[in-house]
Design a binder for this molecule. Structure first.
Ligand SMILES: Nc1nc2c(ncn2[C@@H]2O[C@H](COP(=O)(O)OP(=O)(O)O)[C@@H](O)[C@H]2O)c(=O)[nH]1
Ligand SMILES: [Mg+2]
Length: 380
């Protein structure tokens, strides 16, 4: 109905009024209010999962963790040295638990294997010790999984490139900005997440330019343009049916001239098995050499997530082996709080860290993911 009303708008005044109203609605939907921001901190992972009462001991049998492990390891009370046999049944339970939380089967297997390796032949003489040992072993394994070899801090990277440029070229405006490309299948939240990243970077003193390189899906350019207006940021767009790689290139050139320190490139969603579209993405990556490629996926994705992230990683590196998926952003975390499996699975498959998780539709709904949060969610 609203669509029809809009098409009836005959005078220019009506059009402007409609546009203003749409923008006001978008602002209300996306921009956080002062009250929203009062307790907000992107680093504060307690907002995802409450870590407040976290302590190693876990001797509190009333905690969920305590209960889970009591069930899993009750049979071990009184054991002196843990053997492979002792661990078999409880690890099978742990495997079941992990897969029920969406951890892909073979990743769950590897986690259990590592926990087993670190516990076998350990001398333990009380229930309390078993629980602590298992928790520590699991924490260690998950820590290694979630913090792969490359740690990354998007803000530090953008600022560091900018500072390097300003000292080297004394603001000659010839140094390329930091370029970020978001990739993923349709509807996972790429454009929304891109807007959230822009909000985060702007709030921290950066000057982003949005590049509308989803030249495929009808409405995508307008959607990004609404975000740009809400955020008070510039956008580079050339409409539809254009080669997204060329649009990105032109956007980077404009940002270089205008002194924007970071370009956020939106791309069209595509299924990972759509070869022509995946090739186009490879071309965009090879021709524009982004500093960071972020794979955006839904937190609730199951085993398909492995295939998705692998295929995108392959596509991005297709024409340039130095390009890869550098980071993962998991969206809609607010709708699947206990399904943290995708985080573990995807990080393991790509060795790319989870940059942020999306926790809602507003711009400030972006959070870092803590190991403790993941462990608590797994055993909640
Ligand atoms: N609840 C929730 N919704 C989200 C989140 N991120 C994105 N969305 C919603 O997911 C839908 C698709 O988002 P969009 O950015 O257009 O996806 P794209 O096709 O990948 O660009 C929109 O309705 C967004 O508001 C999130 O973290 N939580
Ligand atoms: Mg989009």
């Amino acid at each position: 109905m609203e669509e029809l009303d809009k098409s009836k708008a005959t005078t220019e005044e009506d059009l402007v009024k409609n546009e203003e109203q749409a923008l006001a609605e978008a602002r209300a939907a996306y921009l956080p209010t002062d009250a929203d921001l009062e307790d907000f901190d992107v680093e504060d992972t307690t907002q995802l999962v409450d870590d407040e009462n976290d302590n190693d001991g876990d001797d509190n049998a009333n905690s969920t963790w305590g209960k889970s492990l009591q069930g899993l390891f009750a049979q071990m009370t009184g054991q002196k040295v843990l053997t492979k046999q002792d661990l078999e049944a409880p690890l099978k339970e742990m495997h079941k638990l992990l897969t029920s939380k969406n951890v892909a089967g073979d990743i769950a297997q590897q986690i259990c294997q590592k926990v087993q390796e670190s516990l076998i032949k350990k001398k333990l003489n009380s229930m309390y010790r078993v629980k602590t040992a298992v928790r520590q072993a699991l924490e260690q394994v998950i820590n290694e999984l979630l913090l792969p070899s490359t740690q990354l801090n998007i803000l530090r990277q953008v600022v560091s490139k900018r500072d390097q440029a300003s000292s080297l070229f004394a603001r000659s405006k010839t140094q390329r900005p930091f370029v970020i490309v978001v990739v993923g299948i349709n509807g996972v939240g790429k454009s929304t997440s891109l807007a959230k990243l822009a909000y985060y970077l702007k709030s921290n003193g950066c000057h982003p330019l949005l590049a509308a390189c989803d030249t495929f899906r009808s409405g995508a350019v307008e959607q990004l343009s609404v975000h740009a207006k809400c955020l008070g940021l510039p956008i580079y767009s050339k409409g539809y049916s254009k080669d997204p790689s060329l649009v990105a290139k032109a956007a980077i050139e404009q940002a270089t001239k205008e002194g924007n320190d970071v370009v956020l490139v939106d791309t069209a969603g595509r299924m990972q098995n759509n070869l022509p579209l995946m090739k186009a993405l490879g071309k965009l990556a090879a021709e524009n050499q982004p500093d960071m490629v972020i794979f955006v996926g839904e937190a609730l994705v199951g085993n398909d997530g492995i295939d998705q992230v692998k295929m995108f990683d392959k596509a991005v590196s297709f024409q340039n082996k130095y390009q890869k998926v550098n980071a993962i952003l998991l969206t809609k975390f607010d709708t699947v709080s206990d399904k943290v499996g995708a985080a573990l699975t995807m990080t393991h498959v790509t060795n790319a860290p989870i940059l942020f998780v999306g926790t809602g539709q507003k711009y400030h709904h972006l959070q870092k993911l803590s190991t403790n949060g993941v462990i608590r969610s797994l055993f909640a």
